[in-house]
Design a protein around this ligand. Structure first.
Ligand code: HEC
Length: 208
């Protein structure tokens, strides 16, 4: 009595297998018109995707990267600090006096860093740093090429060759980006309004 059952099960299995292979073939049977459209040309890609127009991609990355938090002067408004869009990314304003830093107030058990109203000047155990002018003016990144920019973010050295870049500049995070994304950031920075603004040099503890 066992044998017919086995045969029946085997027959059912093969029917199901045939149905399965039919349904597996079904998508291939769709007419060519149902295929997705051909890939768009690179320039038409949205800024969220690598390979997009470099200036648009760069803007997307600069906004995400929070560069303006430190590199754009602020306005004090009734709603708190706002970006001064008339001098976007122009760094610590040269006309904002910075009193001699009081490093004595810093301690490992207490506060280890402080900043000014613009969030462009920072004091910490490393000394005092001023956010750089990132606009294409001669007082900003005017003399930089995209390879200078990439070398800076990869090495953490000023212009890729000079002194160590100090906190709180997050060069390590930028250095983790692809060359193309760094080039896109640089392309966007080159496209913003040039602002003439000489940012003071950093003061390290050994200098005072
Ligand atoms: C938390 C604050 C902060 C943020 C956010 C920030 N920076 Fe900076 N950045 C600084 C400071 C401060 C300096 C100056 C550091 C020094 O003098 O060593 C600096 C310096 C630089 C320099 C000059 C480096 C050199 O070789 O001298 C470049 C270029 C730069 N930042 C680009 C950017 C870009 C692009 C972004 C956004 C993706 C960004 N920064 C985000 C604070 C910041």
């Amino acid at each position: 009595m066992l044998k017919p059952t086995v045969v029946l099960v085997a027959a059912l299995t093969s029917v199901l297998a045939a149905a399965g292979s039919l349904s597996a073939q079904a998508p291939a049977a769709k007419p060519p018109a149902a295929k997705p459209p051909a890939a768009k040309p690179a320039a038409a890609k949205p800024a969220t995707q690598p390979g997009a127009d470099p200036v648009k991609r760069g803007k997307y990355l600069v906004v995400f990267g929070g560069c303006s938090d430190c590199h754009t002067p602020k306005l004090l408004t009734p709603n708190g600090l706002a970006l001064d869009s008339s001098r976007l990314l122009s760094g610590h304003p040269s006309d904002v006096a910075v009193n001699p830093p009081q490093l004595g107030m810093l301690s490992p058990d207490g506060w280890m860093a402080a900043t000014n109203m613009h969030l462009t000047a920072w004091v910490g155990p490393w000394g005092v740093t001023f956010a750089a002018n990132l606009t294409p003016d001669a007082t900003g990144l005017g003399s930089w090429s995209d390879s200078t920019f990439i070398a800076t973010m990869r090495s953490g050295k000023h212009m890729g060759v000079g002194r160590d870049i100090l906190p709180p500049m997050p060069w390590q995070s930028l250095g983790a980006l692809t060359d193309d994304d760094l080039k896109a950031i640089f392309a966007f920075l080159k496209s913003v309004k040039p602002v003439q603004n000489v940012v003071p040099s950093a003061m390290t503890p050994s200098l005072h």
